[in-house]
Design a protein around this ligand. Sequence first.
Ligand SMILES: [Zn+2]
Length: 312
Amino acid sequence: MTALAIDIGGTKFAVALVHPDGTMTRRAELPVGPDPVATLASLVRDTAVADLTGVGIGSAGPIDSVAGTVSPVNIPSWRDFPLVDTVRELLAGLPGPRGVPVALAGDGQCMALGEWWRGGHGGSGSRVMLGIVVSTGVGGGLVLDGVPYLGPTGNAGHIGHISVDPRGEPCPCGAVGCLETVASGPSMVRWALANGWTCPAAHPDAKALAADAARGVLPAQRAFQRTADALASAILTTAALFDVDDVVIGGGVAAAGETLLAPLRQAVAKQAGLGFLRRLTVERTSLERDAGLYGAAALVLPSEERTPHRGT
Ligand SMILES: [Zn+2]
């Protein structure tokens, strides 16, 4: 069996072939560019092989898994874009791999599933895993007993839009005080600049903020503390509902490593009440961007065919 995995991000598309034993070959990525369909076509054409058995797609949301459409916030020309049909048409134009199953899930859900499979969480006995992507937005996904929980519309795991402050800022989604209004990279930078941070770089971003926080610059540290508190609140809300074993955090903001993880673990310990909430672990992704590709592939590689992985 060979799955073609496709990761549709807001700024880059990535593809790879993934096999049930966890090997990944022909990995390639390209910037989205001015013509996203042409970029996708070029990647699929150069990567697909004749003996493909399925195609798994993880996409930035919102998505509609029933209609097979996506509306990634950072790709304005794709609104209710028929991604599944487009991939089917691309494959139909190639020798060999036509008529194979094409599955679509959110990028956060694929990240969680990829971590569960290849990050070793499933192999080490995690039954309920929450994956969170903290980047320009905040997304996530749940894996329950090895199965990604996608929900009837495919949107389960939207942890970025759990409210962490009912009196907080309005969120572009229409709600108030969403986790994303505090913890996304742009939200953190905006808050830090409004609270005394002077960015040493020409373009203030989460990376520069993380570097300053690691150096002990106070407004930058406070921005990370604020994000850690909000993330802890959303994590514990989810854990109270689903009895979560492990939380894995990926995305650009999580690249700050212990600058984010240390205050986050402290905030979880401080906010957790009930005993079962105190046992959850919080780690950074071990697979980086490949988590999403592994998870996308796992959508179409049956779990009984996949080799479990115990991590490193
Ligand atoms: Zn929201």
